[in-house]
Structures are given as structure tokens and as C-alpha cells.
Design a protein around this ligand. Structure first.
Ligand SMILES: C[S@@+](CC[C@H](N)C(=O)[O-])C[C@H]1O[C@@H](n2cnc3c(N)ncnc32)[C@H](O)[C@@H]1O
Length: 226
């Protein structure tokens, strides 16, 4: 019945929806386990991919902490905390928006203007929105300087800093300390409004001779698996 509705919707409105970048599609029809996906989150593919990856990591009992570099208000971070509820979760951000040093380099490279304002947040507000705040370790400050005293191993990392410099520095920092079986999600890989993200992934993966998988989510995440 539901499949027939989706088929009908695609038949009648498919062209219009696709033009407006909305896809009506079935997902994981033959998977029998229950999945825990918040349908109020605006990006099904991003969240669904996080759920699948967390399931693999937790099912295989792979050890390691989790992290997000580029947290802003914690909208994606809260799901990382939710799916990895037993793991220490490091949240890296200035919690004051882009750093001018990164923005200047972005402009010099002719990538983006870096004018988006992400300063209307705080550690306190983010912590209040986390389902398991006792597992969260906010690391406030300019990355990578903010990480220099940390000596941890990670199994899942989300990098969502939009600009070339912090994405590239994030990969350089996290990939060597990512455990085998771990994953890095890099947001905005296929986002033409933030061209630095793709450039940083291509540069880093080229240097390391490693590969990535592009996702068709809202901003085009790339996934590196180790
Ligand atoms: C697009 S927002 C993150 C959105 C968030 N991941 C989400 O899904 O809702 C980008 C964030 O990266 C942070 N950021 C960018 N460069 C940074 C740097 N060098 N050090 C620390 N934080 C940085 C900004 O402060 C901003 O909060």
C-alpha cells in the first residue's frame, strides 16, 4: 500500500519533486531489524547513514571514542551522542563561528567568502540539548590548536566545518588516530556553496592514497572508512 502511494506520487509529481531535489524512495525494504530514525530530522540520508554505521561499529564491538568537529548548535551531534550512548563524545568547535584565519585562507584560495555566521551558540546550550551529556566533552577553541593535548583513539568522527583549512586539518588529525573499522563523515563534499570541503577531501585522500564514498544526502557527505 505505502509502496503504491510512493509510486503514485512519483508518477504524478516525480518530475516536479526531482526538479526541487526531493526524492521519494523506499529504503532498506528487506532489512528486518527495527531502525531508530528520528523522522523530524531534515536529512534522512545523513541520519540513516549514521544509524547504519553506528550499528556496524556497535555490533562489532569496535572500541574507540566518537567526535564531531564543527558542532554549531549540536543538531547532528545529538544523534551521534544518541547512537553512541556508551562512548565518550568529544565536541570540537570555537562555539563562536568561523575563525578569521580560516576565512582569509578560504578567500585567498578563491573558494568561498565564509560569511555565514555560526556565532549564535554556546557550550551550555549545546550540552543542554544532548541526550547523554555525561558522556560529552566539549572542546572549545580554534581547531587544530584545541586538540593538541588530547591523546585518544576514535571510531567515528563527523567533520562539518565547511571551509578547506579546518576540514583538511581535521582529516590530518583524525585519520591517523582512527581505529581500524572506524569511519569519518565529511559534510559538504558535494556542496558547491562550500567548495573547500571537497578540495580538502580530495587533497588529503590523494596524499594518503585512500578512497571515499560520496553520499547523496542534502549537502553531499563523503565517508572515509578505515
Ligand atoms: C556548519 S556548522 C556545523 C553544523 C553542525 N555540524 C550541524 O550539523 O548542525 C560549522 C561549524 O564549524 C565550526 N568551525 C569552523 N572552523 C573551525 C575551527 N577551525 N575550529 C573550531 N571550529 C570551527 C564553526 O564554529 C561552526 O559552528
Amino acid at each position: 500500500m505505502v509502496k503504491a502511494i510512493a509510486k503514485g506520487l512519483n508518477f504524478v509529481l516525480g518530475k516536479y519533486l526531482q526538479k526541487n531535489k526531493v526524492i521519494v524512495s523506499s529504503s532498506l525494504v528487506y532489512l528486518e531489524r527495527d531502525r531508530d530514525i528520528d523522522r523530524n530530522y531534515f536529512d534522512y540520508i545523513r541520519l540513516s547513514s549514521l544509524e547504519l554505521v553506528s550499528h556496524e561499529i556497535n555490533r562489532r564491538g569496535i572500541k574507540g571514542h566518537v567526535a564531531e568537529l564543527g558542532v554549531y548548535k549540536g543538531k547532528f551531534a545529538r544523534y551521534i551522542n544518541h547512537y553512541f550512548k556508551d562512548r565518550t563524545f568529544y565536541l570540537f568547535d570555537t562555539f563562536a563561528g568561523f575563525d578569521q584565519r580560516d576565512v582569509n585562507l578560504e578567500k585567498d584560495r578563491g573558494l568561498t567568502s565564509g560569511t555565514q555566521d555560526f556565532s549564535d551558540t554556546s557550550v551550555e546550550a549545546v550540552m543542554e540539548s544532548m541526550p547523554y551529556p555525561e558522556k560529552c566533552r566539549p572542546v572549545q577553541g580554534f581547531f587544530p590548536d584545541s586538540a593538541k593535548d588530547l591523546q585518544e583513539a576514535f571510531v567515528f568522527v563527523s567533520i562539518d566545518t565547511d571551509l578547506y583549512e579546518p576540514v583538511y586539518n581535521g582529516l590530518r588529525y583524525f585519520y591517523p588516530i582512527l581505529v581500524k573499522g572506524g569511519y569519518i563523515f565529511i559534510h559538504d563534499f558535494n556542496n558547491d556553496h562550500y567548495k573547500g570541503a571537497r578540495k580538502a577531501v580530495e587533497q588529503f585522500c590523494g596524499e594518503m592514497q585512500i578512497n571515499f564514498v560520496p553520499l547523496p544526502d542534502l549537502a553531499g557527505t563523503a565517508i572515509i572508512a578505515k
